[in-house]
Ligand binder design. Structure first.
Ligand code: MRU
Length: 377
């Protein structure tokens, strides 16, 4: 980890630490990440001075969540360019760091294209590096704006679908400001409901094995002052049966052209439960998460993670790092099935909310219409 240094966050309050930022100290440009593997125990920043350090941070989940992976990927290209590395080579390594969230390659390619175009136009590597950074900054800013628009569209939809009174929302994994340039995707909708006085409770799935719900969503919910309760993933069924869930809100890592949604493993069982109990199952994601080049759910590559994440209870400090240090909960040598994501078929999704509005029912046609409106040729 030669070019990735840890830095404690000093006296900053948690709300002042962004998930990602670009800095230009005299020694050269760096990308500073809030190390999400250490939350909520410690707020520690990771300083990446090259793309390979960023790749390591992506693989270890120090930086994670689809929209943030896109932003990180774009800044990674800008970092490689600014530091004089081979940009196409850095771009391919960054893109390959994790396979499921399409935003990662969208972000990488956007900055790479800006770099290539500027290089072709000017022949000047410095100008090309400036162009790559401008592309990364633009993506970062657009994501923040998209987050605000998703929150507004999502709240309107909740108010249409649910009876008046407070909403009780169940969420899975982590979808707030830790994964976004703004306030996130599904979490941003819950936050909007909270601010409007219409959130009765946010039910937070702990999200085994790496506990993004317990470690990160509960951290964000606590900071926001919203009423929230943590549950084990296995408790969701009895919560539905007790009539305690009005809607499920989740994010997405990739939405195929037919509307199949890849998200954190455990999302699909929630969709099945929601259908059985007649509860809306709503996916909130920016348009960049819709991948027209992936035709259906079966074509989505689902990342398989190491077995130790399941056979051990992984402490926050080692979550995702591959480092030993978790507490064993299975006999030595036990094999584990550890897909990071699952795929929910479109017929189980009530609506997909994007910054361009909501799509319901979710079909190949309705999604293509949305993409055509938002990505004019
Ligand atoms: O493995 P992770 O922690 O990167 O998984 C993240 C998720 O599954 C999120 O729910 C998804 O990226 C949507 S984030 C708005």
């Amino acid at each position: 980890m030669a070019d990735q240094q840890a830095r404690t966050s000093g006296d900053k309050r948690p709300t002042e630490i962004p998930a990602i930022r670009w800095e230009e100290p005299p020694e050269g440009p760096v990308l500073v990440l809030l190390d999400q593997t250490r939350l909520p125990a410690e707020e520690v920043e990771l300083v990446c001075t090259d793309a390979s350090a960023l790749v390591e941070a992506i693989r270890s989940l120090a930086v994670r969540g689809a929209p943030l992976l896109g932003i990180a990927g774009a800044y990674g290209v800008a970092l490689a360019a600014a530091r004089g590395f081979d940009v196409p080579e850095a771009a391919r390594t960054l893109e390959g760091a994790r396979p499921t969230a399409v935003n990662l390659s969208v972000g990488v390619r956007r900055a790479e294209s800006a770099h290539q175009a500027a290089l072709a136009r000017t022949g000047d590597p410095t100008a090309a590096a400036v162009a790559a950074l401008a592309a990364a900054r633009a993506l970062h800013q657009e994501d923040a704006e998209a987050s605000g628009r998703m929150a507004a569209h999502g709240l309107t939809l909740l108010d249409e679908l649910l009876p008046a009174g407070g909403h009780r929302i169940l969420t899975h994994c982590n979808t707030g400001s830790l994964v976004s340039g703004g306030e996130g995707t599904a979490f941003a909708v819950a936050l909007a409901a909270h601010r409007a006085g219409r959130l009765r409770r946010l039910w937070v799935d702990e999200t085994r094995p790496l506990l993004q719900g317990a470690r990160l969503t509960a951290y964000e919910a606590a900071r926001s002052g919203m009423p929230y309760t943590l549950l084990t993933d296995n408790a969701a069924g009895s919560l539905f049966a007790a009539g305690e869930v009005d809607a499920v809100l989740i994010g997405a890592d990739r939405i195929a052209a037919d509307g199949s949604v890849a998200n954190k493993v455990g999302s699909y069982p929630l969709a099945v439960l929601a259908r059985y109990h007649h509860v809306p199952f709503i996916v909130v994601a920016p348009v960049t998460t819709i991948d027209p080049d992936t035709p259906d759910g079966a074509s989505i590559e689902v990342e398989q993670r190491p077995g130790f994440e399941v056979t051990e209870v992984v402490a926050p400090q080692v979550a995702g790092t591959g480092a030993a240090g978790g507490i064993p909960v299975a006999p030595l040598g036990t094999q584990a099935y550890n897909p990071a994501f699952d795929v929910t078929p479109p017929e189980l999704v009530t609506a997909i909310v994007t910054e361009e509005g909501a799509v319901s029912p979710v079909t190949a046609e309705s999604l293509a219409g949305l993409c055509a409106r938002s990505r004019p040729t």
